[in-house]
Ligand binder design. Structure first.
Ligand SMILES: C[C@H](O)[C@H](O)[C@H]1CNC2=NC(N)=NC(=O)C2=N1
Length: 219
């Protein structure tokens, strides 16, 4: 069995000890990757059973194999490392891309995960309506037509992300945007927030909108 693993994964290794040395070196690399939030880099043609073996071996060499909590990371589509998916912490919302919401695996974010991400989206409020969590922010625009220009700038971003907010223009100059993942409610019949919503909110915060807004009354 060990021999098979050697040949299959580390061509040219002559015995398990040599493979173990390579794995230990990988263990150091793994720990470094944990801080870079990169997944365990392993040749893409590894067989699934390899992971427990590798983790066991790392543990036996005193290397603690870290599990990264699922709701604390997302997949960045800007694959800086070819053929590997990179995992970013919530701090990287601005460099991440929304992912398609049409997967049955889509799950709503936990309240705790949502709370921790709120730190990254200043100005947005976390609200819950009919059991659905949403992000909400309101602005006062200079005029009705400026409100439509505001929506157009938001719409261009939403189209580029493939993830869309709900837009409200009320009383001619009051704009409210709500962001939630509709698919979660459809597929998971629950919750409403995914990391896509926070990515969109963080990017909306960076849009050039000030010229459309009424000055806030001096406090
Ligand atoms: C395939 C694509 O991801 C889906 O159609 C997108 C489009 N935009 C979306 N936007 C929002 N807010 N929620 C969704 O579930 C959603 N689904």
């Amino acid at each position: 069995m060990c021999r098979k693993i050697d040949e299959e994964i580390f061509p040219g290794t002559h015995n398990i000890l040599q493979a173990a040395k390579i794995l230990t070196a990988l263990g150091h690399f793994y720990q470094m990757n944990r801080f870079l939030q990169l997944p365990l880099l392993s040749p893409p043609n590894l067989k699934a059973p390899f992971a427990p073996f590798f983790q066991g071996l790392l543990r036996s060499h005193g290397r603690h194999v870290f599990e990264i909590p699922k709701d604390q990371v997302g997949v960045s589509s800007n694959n800086s490392v070819p053929r590997f998916r990179t995992y970013c912490t919530s701090k990287d919302l601005l460099i991440k891309k929304c992912v398609p919401c049409n997967t049955k695996e889509l799950r709503p974010m936990t309240d705790g995960a949502a709370d921790s991400l709120m730190l990254q989206v200043a100005g947005w409020n976390l609200v819950k309506e009919d059991g659905i969590m949403k992000l909400r922010q309101s602005w006062k625009v200079k005029s009705f037509t400026k409100g439509l220009e505001f929506f157009k700038i938001i719409a261009d971003l939403a189209e580029s992300e493939g993830h869309h907010p709900d837009l409200h223009l009320v009383g001619w100059n009051n704009v409210t945007i709500e962001i939630w993942t509709h698919a979660v409610v459809i597929y998971a019949h629950a919750g409403g927030l995914t990391e896509n919503d926070f990515i969109l909110a963080a990017k909306i915060n960076k849009l050039p909108l000030d010229h459309l807004l009424r000055r806030k009354a001096a406090e």
